[in-house]
Design a binder for this molecule. Sequence first.
Ligand code: ADP
Ligand code: GLC
Length: 481
Amino acid sequence: MKHILFAASEGVPFIKTGGLADVVGSLPKCIDREYFDVRVVMPKYPCMRQEAKDRMTFVTSFYMDFNFKSEYVGVMTAEVDGVTFYFIDNESYFGGMRPYGDDTLWEITKFAFFSKAVLSILPAVGFRPELIHCHDWQTGLVPVYLKERFQGNEFYHGIKTVMTIHNLKFQGKWDVKTVKGITGLSDYFFTPDKLEFNKDANLLKGGLVYADAITTVSDTYAEEIKTDFYGEGLNGLLSARKADLRGIVNGIDYDEFNPQTDEYLTYKYNADNFRKEKVKNKRELQKRLNLEQDDRRFMIGIVSRLTDQKGFDLIAYMMDELCSDSVQLVVLGTGEERYENMFRHYDWKYADKVSANIYYSEEMSHKIYAGCDAFLMPSLFEPCGLSQLMALRYGTIPIVRETGGLKDTVEPYNEYESTGTGFSFTNYNAHEMLAAIRYAERIYYDRKREWNKMVDRAMAADFSWHVSARKYQEMYDWLIG
Ligand code: ADP
Ligand code: GLC
């Protein structure tokens, strides 16, 4: 039996702000239990839902030196579908209304504490992983601390690390002097070949330098991040480590996202009966959102964090023109105020066509994945993207920009060969996006049989974890030996 520990800042069903939580919640379940014991560690945030906290039981507590203080580290545990989760408890670090805040220095302090605690709890909980799988910048210091102070101790000796990049945009950067103070790491670590980055200290970079292997969440993104445009300043390092860097495309939980059994849906359907049943979800959505009730109207959905990454400036630029078409647009998301207000404005301006739902709701997201005809995701960059996979699973045709995981998971429609599962465009350009949407409209309105065949193909595509989980297993085997 091999032992693997996932370290991450969020995970379903305990806390979620985006796709990272879906991956951390669903991938461990899909790794072969006969050979691997995969466990997960994350912070215990007081803002977690009460039901989530009620599942946890206390394991142990101790004090750990951190940032010139002796800090409380509580450990809680819970089991979900046979996977053990550990939670690190310290309310002065993990308190607040949301898991992440806007004060960068505090975020760095919080996750430096977390990274050190991840390693410190292992003897206390009696779990010695052969490999720690770290996710995103919040866990970048795990490989660094392991090398710097833990590996000398016999318990930790030989533990391997993997760093998975879910989003290179966020790196955890602050000035060297301050980070040196907080982390207690010596001068040795703050040189340009280690944590230093344009005179700042960079936590993700630390992880990328010290991890035994690096992965990211699609093949295309693995290539893109070696370039200037997508590399966020780390393209040089990633190119230098290219032999240790690979893309493994994300999957989604096919039990949780299943139109046939989805408890959030009033009208369930499957690949055989979607032609009749799926539209009932659209009807219900139109009614609930006060949109014009018309089965035939082309309905486009968006479920997203409202940030630049997702291409909202293209959408903002084209809203008036798009709304001159026979379409409905249903948006669910929160994020940057200018995009929240942009959608509120168009909801007011085109009340029977646009519905802006500026909040977070699991239930509404499933209703949108099921009820819409198409799903729009014109991202500027997209490491993988899970929303388009959810849309495919529900027979809702993605319209995407060809970048990162969107390129790897959505096959563009080819009307001559009757192949493809979605519509796509290449350049980050609002007119190209509108042309792709209008092409989709034409097929939907004028060639409905073709459209439905595309839905058949979308629903038949398999983005469950089974292929990708095997790739992670191969990598673990290779690293652990
Ligand atoms: P990212 O991780 O960059 O935000 P992904 O496509 O990988 O993008 O994952 C986004 C996840 O968050 C999906 O599960 C999506 O359904 C969910 N999501 C985003 N915004 C909301 C919202 N407002 N309400 C419910 N779910 C949301
Ligand atoms: C990040 C990326 C998204 C990816 C998710 C899970 O949030 O933005 O593309 O799907 O992580 O890996």
